[in-house]
Design a protein around this ligand. Structure first.
Ligand code: ADP
Ligand code: MN
Length: 178
């Protein structure tokens, strides 16, 4: 049955990218500047026990994608959400008005991930994944290319510029809704 969903008055934004590209840092700042709700999906899965086992190779919980989507559905319909996760293909496409894919060069990413005490395989897999642009490709397979914004995030200036770009995008989006 087709259900008419009222148009959101404020947008939902997905911030995705390889671990270490700076999703959470950007999402936190964006949340502070806008009042939008930041959903760190890995944290949410842990806190609300929306997990589906333990990944022994990567030493992390496997999130239950269906439970995560059920958990967020009502809030997403209201708008004003920032979703932060290193994957993007299991969320409903209709949730997002903007999909930000953060990119980081491999030497910078290597330094950031080394500080997290990732074991060697997890480290090199993530670096490789970033070099090949795996998450960007996943985003391109899952969302219209008009709503995808690929942003470099290597140094601190990038963070501020990216924040400003997204705030500008929000202004435009909101004025287009009127
Ligand atoms: P993610 O959530 O994508 O895993 P984080 O936001 O946790 O990434 O950032 C990973 C690390 O990189 C953190 O130590 C963070 O402080 C740092 N970082 C993020 N963005 C920048 C940036 N633009 N310049 C310098 N360091 C950054
Ligand atoms: Mn994070």
């Amino acid at each position: 049955e087709f259900k008419q969903i009222p148009q959101r008055k404020i947008p939902n934004i997905l911030i995705t990218g390889t671990p270490g590209t700076g999703k959470t840092s950007l999402a936190q700042q964006l949340s502070q500047s806008t009042g939008y709700v930041h959903h760190d999906i890995s944290l949410l899965a842990k806190e609300k026990n929306l997990c589906d086992g333990w990944d022994d190779e990567y030493k992390c919980y496997i999130i239950d994608e269906d439970k995560i989507c059920d958990e967020l559905e009502n809030q997403m319909n209201l708008g004003g959400n920032i979703v932060d996760y290193h994957g993007c293909d299991f969320f409903p496409e209709r949730w997002f008005d903007l999909v930000v894919v953060l990119r980081t060069n491999n030497t910078v990413l290597y330094d950031r991930l080394s500080k997290r005490n990732y074991h060697q395989k997890k480290l090199t897999d993530n670096i490789e994944s970033e070099i090949f642009g795996v998450i960007l490709e996943e985003a391109e397979d899952s969302y219209k290319k008009e709503i995808i914004l690929e942003l470099e995030n290597n140094e601190i200036n990038d963070l501020e510029r990216n924040l400003d770009l997204i705030l500008e995008w929000i202004k435009k989006w909101e004025s287009n809704q009127k």
